[in-house]
Design a protein around this ligand. Structure first.
Ligand code: CAO
Length: 414
């Protein structure tokens, strides 16, 4: 049995933020019915295509384990079918532009009238406020949620990260909101509204930077590279590769960095492991020297500390550094490229990277469920073709006859 078996989700999501939410719920066993516009479908089916006329990796990697029904929710017959789906589902999830579902004629009030037990979950770019009507994509959320202003180097522009913290991050928030609302419904019998703003999601992930904003009022941020020689302004500056926590860290070069742009390692000079680190890099002298021996003494010269560490790491590959430092309890991590990760066997064994077969594209790699439950196994199944399950859903879920299905098709509703 799977954790969410018996939960049916009316999936009105598209692009990335919403689909990541419903995908993870599908992996936990929910029956996810993805509603797509007839003949068009989720825009990502055709975006960043690597093979002509085949669903893109963008789409396939975000829509596993779902069923696809095509339905024109602006067509009178389509609205009737949509209302029937609302009646039979436990959850409706969407991430359209603000107001799109209302414009289709399905306000929260109307949805509740149709099914008072339903949970209605939405991702939007912003919560209520001056920007609530804006359309938002990933990088807009990173910029408006505090990530871009605090990412990058002091002498460079604000920088976005490749991690999809606005989209997938907010999708995960919505998944948690949905299962929490389902749990509450067990006791109240009522559905509720779940709202997740991408700005809020990114800001939540930037919590430590709001911490630093408040610390700034009490003096310079000593773990930032701007200390002691650079300038601090009124807002938290970009911290380069400095650690966000109390233990200083930095990215240093490893053997082969001249040819391989990922030949680097992150090293954290955690106080407890510093003596072992100092010894291994040939700086046993630091341990007796009051200029270097304590974390406080080292703080103003972290750049010199990491320069010395780098002299040593440049004589080793990133994997050798990992092998030497880990037994010494020095926290460190090689910079793994997507190529390294794709080839990492242990990630295949845990189901974090999965090979999936698709009828038109063949085999491809995807990222499986990052949340592992011991009693709810995950089998990653390919994404559906556009409208692949339309007949099956109208017949088996809604009880339409073959003639009714044919009539809906003729009318252009599905
Ligand atoms: N039948 C009929 N119409 C449908 C339909 C269906 N099955 N599915 C969608 N539509 C319609 C919508 O109702 C909408 O029509 P209106 O403009 O008349 O209301 C229209 O298709 C387009 O929807 P949209 O405005 O959401 O799409 P877009 O491509 O213009 O914008 C996005 C995309 C992502 C910017 C916007 O949806 C958005 O801001 N979403 C919220 C934030 C979000 O999730 N962003 C992350 C996206 S991933 O980077």
């Amino acid at each position: 049995m799977k954790a969410l078996e018996g939960v049916r989700i009316l999936d009105m999501t598209h692009v990335q933020s919403g689909p990541t939410c419903t995908q993870v719920l599908a992996w936990f066993g929910a029956d996810v019915i993805k509603v797509e516009r007839p003949g068009v479908g989720d825009a990502t089916r055709g975006q960043l295509r690597d093979i002509p006329d085949v669903d893109s990796l963008y789409f396939t990697m975000l829509n596993h384990n779902k069923r696809s029904v095509t339905l024109n929710t602006k067509h009178a017959k389509g609205k009737e079918i949509f209302a029937r789906l609302i009646e039979t589902c436990d959850v409706i999830a969407e991430n359209f532009a603000p107001g799109a579902l209302d414009r289709m004629g399905f306000s929260w009030q109307r949805i509740q009238e149709i099914n008072p037990r339903i949970i209605y979950a939405s991702v939007k770019g912003f919560g209520p406020g001056p920007y609530e009507d804006c359309k938002v994509y990933e990088n807009v959320a990173q910029c408006t949620g505090g990530a871009a202003s605090t990412t990058g180097f002091d002498d460079g522009p604000p920088t976005v990260t490749g991690a999809q913290i606005g989209d997938t991050g907010t999708g995960l928030n919505m998944a948690l909101g949905i299962v929490t609302a389902l749990y509450q419904r067990e006791r109240t019998g009522r559905g509720q509204r779940v709202s997740c703003a991408m700005q809020d999601g990114v800001l939540n992930l930037c919590r430590v930077k709001l911490r630093d904003q408040q610390r700034l009022a009490h003096g310079p941020l000593k773990e930032y590279p701007q200390y002691p020689n650079g300038k601090f302004g009124k807002a938290v500056p970009r911290g380069g590769n400095a650690s966000g926590g109390g233990q200083p860290g930095w990215i240093v070069k490893c053997k082969g960095w001249e040819e391989d742009s990922d030949s680097y390692v992150y090293v954290i000079t955690q106080a407890a492991a510093f003596p072992a680190l100092a010894k291994v890099i040939g700086h046993e002298d630091w341990l007796e020297d009051p200029e270097w021996a304590t974390p406080e003494a080292r703080l103003p010269k972290l750049d010199e500390v990491f320069d010395e560490i780098e002299k040593w790491t440049m004589t080793k590959t990133k994997f050798e550094v990992m092998e030497i430092l880990n037994p010494l309890n020095v926290p460190c991590g090689p910079i793994l490229s997507m190529k390294d990760l794709a080839e990492e066997l242990s990630l295949r064994e845990t189901g974090t990277i999965v090979e999936v077969d698709h009828p038109t594209r063949g085999k491809y790699l995807t990222v499986g469920n990052p949340i592992k439950l011991s009693d709810s196994p995950v089998e990653v199944e390919r994404s559906p073709l556009l409208g692949e399950h339309t007949d099956e859903i109208l017949r088996d879920v809604l009880g339409y006859s073959e003639a009714e299905i044919e009539a809906a098709k003729q009318a252009g509703a599905v």
